[in-house]
Write a new protein. Structure first.
Length: 335
């Protein structure tokens, strides 16, 4: 008997998750109530220095929040300390602004922190890297490659340059060079989940599904709420025949919210296939009804695959696209 995989039911993938609802509704209420309660206690205990006490609590609260927020970020101990130092002018300005009743202190403090952040970013990121990234975004890959080579020569320990060069090579389907640079980036920054994504992309494109699943498993460990990581992880598992695990990951990608209609369409398609192969025909039929909502993505997918250079996975993707069209034609009522 087939094991049951979790499916998205009737959700389209665009609804907020429970975590998002909690962050947007519950936490603001809790924070507001805590601030009101703290203010009441201060007014009862030290009514003459209410403004000073409130300002001190806010300053401490900002520091605590920053420390708490940092826990979720892939940062070295040095980077955590430096980020706290960058926040000092803003926290001091807000505190003195409330004590003195003047907004100028707060504006000056926040401006100081932003200025320090801009200076730090300008000094730490090679100029040639910024120009390379801009040209790559604009489609000028040849110039971008030349610029990023210069960035690596100038700063050989800047991991983002190797990540960018890996993406440039990947866009040209030069998988060997892309893999080399991505692995070098991970040597410099093992917790950089975008690099694991790059490795996963090139392994999928070259039909190395086991390596792709490994890469995306690591990416999900580092960034568990990234919908695309769950989608590609599910696809890699599906290609290996691990249909139950694939269905779970693909369903998770739809709940987290994929970035556009083409990914939504593919996620639902592969979820349907995984459910069918796992013997869950009724659930597959339910998901098929949801896939129709994203049928406008079929033409975008066809255009995208048509302009792609040849690579090992392309024939499989085109075969999937033909099957996808047949399923949509059978599901959508004919006029």
């Amino acid at each position: 008997m087939a094991k049951q995989a979790q499916t998205p039911g009737r959700r389209s993938g665009q609804h907020p998750s429970r975590g998002e609802l909690r962050n947007s509704v519950v936490w603001p209420v809790v924070i507001s109530a805590a601030i009101w309660l703290a203010g009441l206690v201060i007014w009862l205990v030290a009514p003459g220095r209410f403004d000073v006490a409130v300002s001190a609590i806010i300053a401490v609260g900002l520091v605590v929040y920053l420390l708490w927020y940092q826990r979720r970020l892939p940062m070295t101990p040095g980077e955590r300390i430096f980020s706290l130092l960058l926040a000092v002018p803003a926290i001091a300005g807000i505190t003195f602004g409330m004590i003195e009743g003047q907004a100028l202190y707060a504006i000056t403090g926040v401006s100081g922190s932003l200025l320090l952040l801009a200076i730090q970013r300008a000094l730490s990121v090679p100029f040639s890297y910024r120009m390379a990234r801009r040209n790559f975004t604009r489609g000028n890959s040849e110039l971008a490659l030349d610029l990023v080579d210069k960035a690596i020569e100038a700063r050989p320990t800047f991991w983002e340059s190797y990540q960018l060069r890996a993406l440039i090579y990947l866009s040209a389907m030069q998988f060997g060079q892309a893999e080399r640079d991505a692995l070098r980036a991970l040597e410099l920054r093992p917790d950089a989940h975008p690099v694991h994504n790059t490795l996963g992309q090139l392994y999928l494109a070259s039909s190395r599904y086991d390596r792709a699943a490994e890469a995306y498993g690591k990416a999900i460990d580092l960034s568990p709420k990234h919908a695309l990581y769950h989608f590609h992880y599910g696809l890699a598992l599906y290609r290996q025949g691990k249909v139950r695990e694939a269905a779970e990951s693909l369903a998770a990608s739809t709940r987290l919210g994929l970035p556009d209609v083409t990914y939504e369409l593919q996620a639902y398609y592969y979820l349907i296939c995984a459910l069918e192969q796992n013997g869950e025909v009724e659930k597959a039929e339910e998901v098929s009804a949801d896939m129709v909502k994203f049928r406008e993505g079929i033409d975008l997918l066809k255009a995208d695959l048509k302009q792609q250079p040849d690579f090992p996975e392309l024939a499989v993707l085109r075969a999937d696209l033909r099957d996808m069209e047949k399923r949509l034609a059978a599901t959508v009522p004919q006029k």
